[in-house]
Design a binder for this molecule. Structure first.
Ligand SMILES: [Fe+2]
Length: 310
């Protein structure tokens, strides 16, 4: 596309600061070609001392270690739970997670999940002024909650989909500051640049079609990202190979405008109670081949001590 057309396109996107991105380089460089490689997307480990969960995570990590993969991405919900428990319990869960993740032996990128936010629920007894409250602990120990990186010609974007609400709950949301960052991050790329996006709470999913509606109207929508349309429009005209998602603990692919929104089953299955809507405990092997994504779900043989299969 000609630069003049590109300027029009970006102006139409209404993105502040895009002109400065363009003025630095003057024109887009050619898009890189994605090399072939594999990585692991494992999500919803929900580690805890109960339900044999730490052993389950260790089993999963030991199997992941045997995969021929360049790195791993943890899709969020490292622990169970830090939303509604005293901070001592939350910290002990994160310590258990770090200790167990050592079995992985692989470079791992992290994604924030709702259960990784400390003390959000008032029942936790944690004050919002506490230095560990909300996302502060995660930012101090696991890093930025949204960021991008590059690997073998693919631009990876990891999003923070956890919108903390003023009444101390959460909803799925990509907030305004992050949307602006995302628009700029994408604008710096050639339109054909291969991109893979990660979001804990699904941006697109049909999960609400698979489960009964809640008896009471929900105060906040936590199953998917409520402002998904604002995110999706930034993917139009881009070479998004796929969006990897967690949170619902199911295996699902919904394709919209050529982009597969791939939700992976959980390492914890049905929160360590067996299968979740048919998805057993496992993780997803993601292969980039000829500039496209292929995925394979792998189980690792965990047997729940308290099965409640769905
Ligand atoms: Fe989860």
């Amino acid at each position: 596309m000609l630069l003049s057309n590109r300027r029009q396109f970006l102006a139409g996107a209404g993105v502040l600061g895009v002109a400065s991105v363009l003025s630095k380089g003057g024109a887009y460089a050619a898009a890189p070609k994605a090399q072939d490689f594999d990585f692991i997307f494992f999500t919803d480990t929900h580690i805890q001392p109960e339900l044999d969960a730490a052993n389950g995570c260790a089993m999963a990590f030991r199997k992941i270690r045997t995969e021929k993969a360049d790195f791993a991405i943890q899709g969020g919900d490292h622990v169970f739970d830090s939303l509604g428990v005293p901070k001592e319990r939350a910290l002990s869960l994160f310590d258990l997670y770090y200790k167990t993740e050592q079995d992985l032996g692989m470079k791992t990128y992290h994604t924030i999940g709702n259960h990784d936010c400390i003390g959000i629920y008032t029942k936790s007894g944690v004050s919002p002024s506490d230095p560990l409250y909300g996302k502060r602990y995660y930012e101090d120990h696991l890093g930025k909650t949204f960021y991008s990186f590059d690997h073998k010609g693919v631009h990876f974007i990891v999003l923070d989909s956890i919108g903390i609400t003023s009444d101390r709950h959460y909803e799925g949301r990509i907030d305004a500051q992050q949307l602006q960052w995302l628009a700029l991050d994408l604008a710096a790329l050639h339109p054909a640049h291969p991109v893979i996006v990660v979001s804990h709470i699904p941006i697109v999913s049909a999960i609400d079609s698979y489960v009964p509606r809640p008896a009471e109207p929900e105060t906040h929508h936590g199953a998917t990202v409520v402002n998904s349309s604002e995110v999706i429009q930034l993917f139009e005209g881009r070479n998004v190979l796929g969006v990897l998602q967690g949170h619902t603990h199911i295996n699902e692919v919904v394709t919209w405008h050529g982009v597969p929104y791939i939700t992976s089953g959980a390492v914890s299955g049905n929160w360590w109670h067996g299968t979740r809507l048919g998805a057993a405990e496992g993780y997803t092997v993601v292969s980039v081949r000829n500039g496209k994504l292929q995925t394979r779900y792998e189980t690792y043989g965990f047997k729940s001590v308290e099965p409640q299969n769905t």
